[in-house]
Structure formats: C-alpha cells, structure tokens
Design a protein around this ligand. Structure first.
Ligand code: S3P
Length: 437
C-alpha cells in the first residue's frame, strides 16, 4: 500500500484538465453496450470505477476496446436483449455506480442468472434502496442482510412498469430503475424526493430512448421511460468531472499565492452545487468559455486564493454536491465564521462513512469540528498541523487530505493514497506538476 508525503507552504500555478466525468463514463459504457451498433466515447475516465463497469460488460459478451489514457473507447453494442449470462461473478470493485446500475440493467433479463460482488467497502454499502423498488417491478434479487448487501444474486424476470418512488435522492437508484424500465412491460415512472444528477436521462434520450423528465412535477422530480425503443450507438464526448475539479477549486482558494485554471469542466446544473457554495463563500470564481458538448454544458473555471466566508448547506442542494462535501469540509476550516453541513447522512454510506472519516482525519491534523448525525459544524480560521493521516481507502478522502496537507504547517503523510485512482489516477502527478509550475 502506498503513501504520499506532502509539505505545506508552497503554492500551485497553471492550468489543469481534469479527467472525464465518472458518472457520464459509466453511462456511456452501459448504454453503448445495450445499443445496436458502435458507440465511440471520447474523454472516458480511465480510472478503476469505469474499468469495473467495462469488465462486467465484457463478461456478458460486449466488446469494448482497451481503456487507456487516450480516453477513446469503442463499444460494440449487443442490443437491448443481447447481454449473455456471465460464466463468472461480476466484480464491481469499489464502484457503487457499477453495482446499482447493473442491478437495474440485469433484473429484467428473463431466465438469466447473475451474481454481483465487490470489494470490502462495496460489500458494506446498502443495495436495498435499488433492490426494493426493483422488486416492485417484479425483480428477484437476493443477498446478505435480507437482500441489502453484496454478494447479490439476480434471477432475471420479465418486469412490469408502474410508478416507483426512490427512497433517497440518488441518481444511482433512479438510473437503475430507468434501465429496468427500458425492457419492462408498460411505462415506468420514477419519482425522486429531490432532483439528483440527470446524466442518464440526457444520455438515454440521445441514444433514442423514449424518456420524459419533469424536474418540477408536483409529486417530486419525475422521469418517465417507455419500453421498447431500440437504442442506437452514439458518439459520446465526456466532459471533465466537476467532482475532480472541486479539489483544484478549493486548493486554489485556500493555498496562499495560488491561481489555477481548470479546463473543460462539466457544469450540468444538477452537479454545480459546489459553485453555488463558492459563491456563498465570496470566492473569486470566473466561469469562462461556456459551451455545450454533446448535450452537456461545459466551461473553464478560473480561481485564485482569497479570503472566504463560512457557508451553510442542507436540503435540495445536497444531491447537487454530495461528492464535494469532504473537500468542502477542508474549505470550511479556512473560512471566516462557522460553516454548517446538514441533511448529508448519505455520506455515511459512501465508499466510507465520509463524515466520520473526514472528522477523524482532520482532527489528526489538529482541526476542531463537530460531527453531527447528518453533517458537520466546522469553525473557520483554523491552522492545521502536518500529521500522519489515512484515506481509509476512500478516493475523495485521499484527495481532500492532500489539499489539507498543502495548508498545514510541516509535513503530512497520507496513507493509502493510491485510493485516488478510483476516480483520478493522475491526481498525484498533476499535483506535483502544479506545485512546480
Ligand atoms: C453517482 C451518483 C451519486 C454519487 C456517485 C456517482 C452516479 O451517488 O455520489 O459518486 O453516477 O449516479 P448516489 O446516487 O448514491 O447519490
């Protein structure tokens, strides 16, 4: 297992192009696999999580070209009903998106049997949030803890559509249900408690699915998919991941003397909660060169070191920045005033319990903060001290601690730093390059 040693005190300069959006990369592979014809993907994230999705699809007979740093990938679609029963267990690795979307994709493969498994972290994560609404459509999914935990066995069935409500505002749950709806009998209506990222809806429509989104419906954000439409292979251009850009955005704001331009960042409004919070904090953020790339809005972001005000977040913004809360907790330590994060209990069932892990690791660096049941209360104006910290295997924790190390006095060693490769394999090299520039 690897560790990285970082010294506080320097500054970062230059431009950085973050790797492809993780959510969009998974979806491009999955939808390409069940389309007819070839899908070409540009900018696919060549990281461990999308590799897990690709490996599962290959095990079911889908031809996918090598995934490397070029980001250019070809998927030879097998059609809506062409996935073969795999001879082996489908290994989803560390990827919740892979496992949850696979549940929806495979539950309706009548007569076929599938087993999904993952690493120790994924085996702890709740899957009933997908399996239960799928069961309402007729799915048969069994697993540990009453069907809540992997390994999970799927006995493919003919599913029926209907109206299903997701128990949490989760794009993984919503996407699983929409995927199941593609081959169900009758239309499937999915209603969420709050709007989660809408990449599936956008991309499924682009592939030819009959799908309507009503984000402001009276009952809650709603998506309706009709079964039967064949999907057609597409050219997908994946924008840079705003969740990866977030580490550089906060680094630029909190590390004295720093100015960074982050290029080609996806700014889909269901993902830009972090930009709203930065505005609340008074950050000097410039959104440049706004454009539309293959159905997703994209821009370059420029930001520099600046004093920051504390923030308060909760409610509907949480799904729009759910992956950015670990790095926001680092920003809060540097702000003027006390920041408050509420309604974020979902963080406890991510790759790790991110509220507990961030609180534990930041305290090891001398931070004082309060962990609450569904968030954190973080006084600002704090000075961190270099320390021995640990990602506890969580990619977003690893990168958040890297930013914390840059503002700490002395040296910080981050154990299990290799976790960053789950979503950002070149993170440590990019950090070293921006420190040299
Ligand atoms: C994702 C949705 C989010 C996010 C995860 C990726 C997706 O999870 O945290 O990193 O690609 O749909 P939830 O759907 O559980 O909120």
């Amino acid at each position: 297992m690897g560790s990285v040693c970082l010294s506080g005190g320097g500054s970062l300069h230059g431009s950085v192009r973050v790797p492809g959006d993780k959510s969009i990369s998974h979806r491009a592979l999955l939808f390409g696999a069940i389309a007819t014809g070839t899908t070409t993907i540009e900018g696919l994230l060549p990281a461990e999580d999308p590799l897990s999705t690709a490996a599962c699809l290959r095990a079911m007979g889908v031809t996918i070209s090598a995934i490397d740093s070029s980001g250019v990938v070809r998927v030879e679609g097998v059609g809506l009903d062409g996935l073969q029963e795999p001879a082996q267990v489908l290994d989803c690795g560390n990827s919740g998106t892979t496992m949850r979307l696979m549940l929806g994709l495979l539950a309706g493969r009548d007569g076929r049997h599938f087993v999904l498994d993952g690493d120790a972290s994924l085996r702890r994560r709740p899957m009933a949030r997908v399996a239960k609404p799928l069961a309402q459509m007729g799915a048969q999914i069994n697993g540990r803890d009453g069907g809540n935990k992997a390994p999970l066995a799927i006995a493919g069935q003919v599913l029926s559509g209907g109206t299903v409500r997701t128990p949490v505002a989760s794009a993984q749950v919503k996407s699983a249900l929409l995927l199941a709806g593609l081959t169900a009998s009758g239309s499937t209506t999915v209603i969420e408690p709050a709007l989660s990222r809408d990449h599936s809806e956008r991309m499924l429509r682009a592939f030819g699915a009959e799908l309507i989104s009503q984000p402001h419906a009276a009952d809650g954000p709603t998506a309706v998919v009709q079964p039967g439409s064949e999907l057609h292979g597409q050219h997908v251009v994946v924008p840079g991941d705003i969740s990866s850009a977030a580490f550089w955005l906060i680094a630029a704001l909190v590390v004295p003397g720093t100015e960074l331009t982050i290029e080609n960042v996806g700014i889909n409004p269901t993902r830009t909660g972090i930009l709203d919070v930065l505005e609340q904090m008074g950050a000097p953020l410039e959104v440049l060169n706004q454009r539309d790339v293959a159905g997703e809005p994209v821009a370059d972001l420029r930001v520099r070191h600046s004093p920051l005000k504390a923030f308060e977040i909760g409610g509907d913004v949480i799904p729009r920045l759910v992956d950015e809360i670990p790095i926001l907790s680092v920003a809060a330590l540097c702000a003027e005033g006390t920041s408050v994060i509420r309604d974020a209990a979902e963080l406890r069932v991510k790759e790790t319990d991110r509220l507990a892990v961030m609180a534990r690791q930041l305290r090891a660096m001398g931070a004082e903060l309060e962990e609450t049941a569904d968030g954190m209360v973080i006084p600002g104006g704090q000075r961190l001290k270099g320390a021995q910290v640990d990602s506890e295997t969580d990619h977003r924790v690893a990168m958040s601690l890297a930013v914390a190390a840059l503002i700490a006095s002395g040296d910080t060693t981050i154990a299990q730093s290799e976790a960053a490769a789950v979503s950002y394999p070149s993170f440590w090299d990019e950090l070293a390059r921006l420190q040299r520039s």
